[in-house]
Every structure is written in structure tokens, then in C-alpha cells.
Design a protein around this ligand. Structure first.
Ligand code: NI
Length: 226
């Protein structure tokens, strides 16, 4: 289950984010990688103590939280603070890896990474390479989105970022624990919600749409944890 959402950031937010990133320094991306991932990770990240980081995180989380498609795709229970990264020059790639299943949040609690999201921040024409390659049951999917757009995918999928051979690829990535742990159940809920949206647009709130909406919420009640 891999869902792309266009224009999560407004053009004003994108400009703000880029400005803040231009003002902040970069350190090795090794700081947040697990042991296996560290072997293949060669990029840069904004350091945790960067003064721009709280505002960057506020903008991105605010944009995601007002996006109904993001909500229904991820059903987020807890979202860990996003990281910002850069692929350019000799720090330009992140080989095939898996993300750690359990991640410490700021308050010392563990959060289970069910869903990962990557927000693209550079215009795709401005750099060469830098595809996010995700391996799902259907095979390899190469993702390179326009700036301000996001891809949401299960954290259990192996993935990599191919070498950036020209220009600079700025991005933001984050992990979240979903209310619905099982990827197949999340898929069913997502498909049903999308179909309901279509039905509602075509026919309005007719009794069968209301009834099916009840079924959606009953399934969510059955499967969600909070
Ligand atoms: Ni990863």
C-alpha cells in the first residue's frame, strides 16, 4: 500500500521550509539510522539542536494534519517529529535498508513505526537521481514527486534512495504509529473511504451511503487501537 498525495505543502509553506533549510547546518545522517541502515546511509540531516528545526516540524506536521487524504491513508495515532535531509555531492545516497520497528520519542516512550512518509522538497527537474525506490509485493517502485508532495508507505517495506548525481535533493521523512497496525486492514479502510467519498459526491447522503459510512466506522472501531 503506497499512496502519493500531491501539494501537501502550499507554495508559501514550501518557500518557508526551503528558506529555513538554507539557514540551518547539516550533519551526517548516521545519527538516526539503525545498525543495518547505518552501513548504507550516506546523506546529511538537520541536527537535532538546529534552531530552525521546531518551526520546520511545525509547518510540516500542520500541513499533514489538515490533509484528509493523509489521515485516511495513515490513520496516524502518534507521529514522531519529522527529520529533514539532503542528498548532494559525496553524501548522496541511502542504500537498501529497513527502518527500525521501534523508535524512541522525545518523552522516552517507544513508538512503533507502522507507516513511513517522505515529503519531497526539491523540484524534480533540479536534480538527477535521488529516486525513492520502494519494494512491495508488486516489485520495485521508483518514486520522485514534485516539491511539496508526499508518499506514504508501510515502514516494513525495504527501500533505498538512489545516488543523486546532479543538484541537490532536499526531503523530509517521518515515522508514525497507526491506529490500525495491520497493513491489509489499513488498505481495506482506505479503499472503502475512497469509494464512500465518490459515492457521496455522486449521490449525496442517501441512506445506503449513511449505512456504509456506519460500516466503515464499525470496522475502524473493530481494528483501531488508541
Ligand atoms: Ni528508511
Amino acid at each position: 500500500m503506497l499512496i502519493t498525495i500531491d501539494d501537501v505543502l502550499s507554495s508559501e509553506e514550501l518557500a518557508n521550509v526551503r528558506g529555513l533549510l538554507a539557514d540551518s547546518g547539516w550533519v551526517s545522517g548516521q545519527v538516526t539510522a539503525g545498525a543495518q541502515a547505518a552501513l548504507v546511509k550516506n546523506n546529511q540531516q538537520i541536527p537535532e539542536d538546529a534552531p530552525q528545526l521546531p518551526e520546520l516540524r511545525r509547518i510540516v506536521l500542520g500541513a499533514l494534519q489538515r490533509n484528509p487524504l493523509f489521515f485516511t491513508a495513515a490513520l496516524p495515532l502518534k507521529i514522531l517529529p519529522p527529520f529533514f535531509n539532503r542528498y548532494a555531492g559525496s553524501s548522496n545516497t541511502y542504500g537498501l535498508h529497513t527502518d527500525n520497528a521501534m523508535r524512541l520519542s522525545g518523552d522516552g516512550q517507544y513508538v512503533r513505526a507502522d507507516v513511513s512518509a517522505t515529503l519531497f522538497l526539491s523540484d524534480p527537474e533540479s536534480y538527477e537521481g535521488g529516486e525513492l525506490v520502494i519494494q512491495d509485493a508488486a516489485g520495485r517502485r521508483e518514486i520522485k514527486l514534485k516539491a511539496g508532495s508526499v508518499v506514504v508507505y508501510p515502514s516494513s517495506y525495504l527501500h533505498e534512495v538512489t545516488p543523486v548525481t546532479r543538484g541537490e535533493r532536499l526531503g523530509c521523512f517521518m515515522f508514525m504509529q497507526s491506529m490500525v497496525r495491520d497493513v491489509d486492514q489499513r488498505r481495506i479502510l482506505f479503499d472503502m473511504d475512497m469509494a464512500l467519498l465518490q459515492l457521496r459526491q455522486n449521490f449525496g447522503e442517501i441512506p445506503s451511503v449513511v449505512s456504509l459510512t456506519g460500516v466503515y466506522h464499525n470496522l475502524l472501531r473493530e481494528w483501531a487501537e488508541s
